[in-house]
Design a protein around this ligand. Structure first.
Ligand code: OXD
Ligand code: MN
Length: 600
């Protein structure tokens, strides 16, 4: 077995310690005393550090060499086969009372959980290297940016954090002598699922994660800080932490709109954020600000301003190709970490749904020989790429903008075979909040669980809200009151199917057409028909010209109003609101009653 320790560390690396922040140095000392590592490596986020640790990851077998001519700077990682997704059943919100975490989160009393974690972490890093990672979520100059320190025993985590966050000593500078920071302690332990716990202590701005190396469980800046802890801080500080992509869309006349969209995990946020408009929309430019997370705050002008706190993309590989997402494909040709994809004989990567025919032979995600006749998939359905945002040819100029961008429209969408139309607009902010609060989606492989099962996933935040969902809904309604120029709110569904099980809408780049209608609604230039569920476009309002084989009748099916389907949805929403008890805001309960009456 290769040693996880570094035999020799080049001069100048591994030694950039925080200086003069007493709370931080005390906490690091406590973590060292608890975990008892044989080596401590203080990360500085430099290119030299990345190069050194990459070489070490290859030596340790954490990284597998890929063809460097084809994929310069790219490496493959194979996780433990039992550690391939987020684990909602082992994810805890440890607020002082169970009521604060609410009925949609697992809860444990903070002291009890701390004692359990202490037991698991005692001596857990013996024979291992402990890495101290200073990082920022958000542009260095943004008032919305948060600093985190992640302490981990995984070199894979360090190398992912190099891509996914603004990592390095600048984070210490931002902290100064007494700045607040998120404490994140992570150990893979022995990857035993019985000892896998992803724990959040929002009142202490603290995360402890053990037993998993998977992105969403182990890259603590992402789901844990940017969403669970972030949503808790946002509620108290008057901002919003949302599971949303961010993009800009610029018309040929040079008018720009910024759009935020919430879809559950593995439902196409990365694709939509990198959308290339079809030929019919020549002159339109779509640019990516973020593909997964948005932090938003009302500005002095009464508009809602958003930043993307992340610095890279942790995207789902299967289904990604030059047709579905050319910008993602271009983003992952260099300096990318591939996790659990298949490897071809010439050291290239492959996954189901990549361009071209499957290779005649390759090595699957578990390291076994694979041929097209094999029963198992070559790549894990939740296999991922970690790529720098700066690789994206469509990266928006506003990516580093400290003030954030003013949002014109918020979109909510799930994966729904029935009921939900291609696109519709809410009546107002409160009704938009209701659309988000009652959205459902069929489950995907991004979380361990039953793929395809319909579940309510409010604002795509069910697995990520760090406090009581009823309070979260109240926060949405409160934020609306602070906005004199609120974004318009829309619902979309790219996944509706015919009775024969065929998708009614081609999706991908063609989603530009739905976006164009939404932008026209923002500008007040498109009509819509008022229906019980909101404003819907009629064929005359929606541009489906030049869509091969797509007729008015196809459009009508994609947009059709299904009263019985909505009644069933509202029943599910009612059950969910009941579960939230007295904390479900009356504004939403009244809205549900009104909507039930409207759909009949
Ligand atoms: C993700 C997720 O990885 O939502 O972004 O699971
Ligand atoms: Mn996500």
């Amino acid at each position: 077995m290769t040693s996880p320790l570094h035999a020799s560390v080049p001069a100048g690396l591994g030694s950039t310690k925080p200086d003069g922040h007493a709370r931080l140095t005390t906490w690091i000392r406590e973590c060292i005393a608890l975990c008892e590592p044989d080596q401590v490596f203080y990360c500085d986020g430099s290119a030299a550090e990345k190069e050194f640790l990459t070489t070490e990851a290859l030596r340790m077998g954490v990284f597998i060499e890929l063809n460097q001519q084809k994929l310069p700077g790219c490496h493959l990682h194979r996780s433990h086969p039992n550690d391939v997704a987020r684990v909602e059943q082992f994810t805890f919100i440890c607020t002082p009372t169970k009521e604060e975490a609410g009925p949609t989160n697992n809860w444990s009393a903070p002291d009890e959980m701390r004692a359990r974690l202490k037991g698991l972490l005692k001596g857990a890093m013996k024979g291992r290297c402990m890495y101290i990672i200073p990082y920022m979520m958000g542009p260095a100059a943004s008032p919305l940016t948060q600093v985190g320190i992640e302490i981990t025993d995984s070199v894979y985590v360090v190398l992912n954090m190099h891509i996914m966050s603004r990592m390095g000593s600048a984070a210490y500078q931002r902290l100064g002598a007494d700045g607040d920071f998120n404490k994140g302690l992570h150990s893979t332990l022995d990857l035993n699922p019985d000892r896998r716990l992803i724990c959040h202590f929002p009142q202490d701005n603290e995360i402890t994660s053990v037993g998993s190396g998977y992105g969403g469980n182990a890259l603590l800046g992402k789901k844990c800080l940017a969403l669970r802890i972030g949503s808790y801080l946002a509620k108290r500080q008057g901002w919003m932490a949302e599971h949303m992509l961010l993009l800009s869309a610029e018309s040929p006349a040079g008018r720009k709109h910024y759009i935020a969209a919430a879809f559950p995990s593995a439902c196409g946020k990365t694709n939509f954020s990198m959308l290339i408009p079809p030929k019919h929309f020549a002159g339109w430019k779509v640019a990516t600000i973020g593909d997964d997370i948005a932090w938003m705050k009302p500005g002095a002008d009464g508009r809602l301003y958003a930043i993307n706190p992340e610095f890279g993309y942790f995207g789902v590989a299967p289904g990604t190709n030059y047709l579905t997402n050319p910008n993602a494909m271009k983003s992952i040709q260099r300096d990318t970490i591939y996790t659990n994809v298949a490897m071809t004989e010439d050291g290239d990567v492959w996954w189901e749904g990549k361009d071209g025919a499957p290779p005649a032979k390759c090595t699957d995600w578990k390291g076994n020989p694979w041929t097209p006749e094999s029963k198992e998939k070559a790549a894990h359905p939740n296999s991922r790429f970690t790529a720098p945002a700066t690789n994206n040819p469509a990266l928006a100029n506003e990516f580093e903008l400290a003030s954030g961008v003013p949002i014109s429209a918020i979109i909510f969408g799930g994966r729904r075979a029935s009921t939900v139309p291609l696109v519709y607009q809410s009546f107002d902010w409160e009704h938009g909040t209701f659309i988000g609060a009652t959205m459902g989606s069929e489950m995907t492989a991004a979380a361990a669980g039953t793929v395809g099962k319909l579940r309510l996933d409010p604002m795509a935040m069910l697995p990520f809200c760090g406090y009581h969902m009823g309070d979260y809904f109240t926060h949405w309604l409160e934020m609306g009151k602070k906005l004199t120029q609120p974004p318009l709110i829309f619902g979309v569904n790219w996944f509706r199917k015919s009775a024969e099980g065929k998708f009614l809408w081609p999706g991908f780049g063609e989603n530009m057409r739905a976006m164009k209608w939404m932008i026209d609604r923002c500008e007040g230039t498109a009509d819509a028909k008022e229906m019980p569920i909101g404003h819907l476009p009629e064929p005359k309002d929606f541009d489906f010209a030049d869509m091969e084989g797509f007729t008015t009748s196809d459009f009508e099916k994609a947009i059709a109003y299904d009263a019985a389907g909505w009644q069933a949805d509202y029943r599910l929403a009612g059950e969910f609101f009941d579960k939230l008890g007295g904390r479900c805001p009356s504004g939403l309960k009244d809205r549900l009653a009104k909507q039930k009456a409207r759909v009949g």
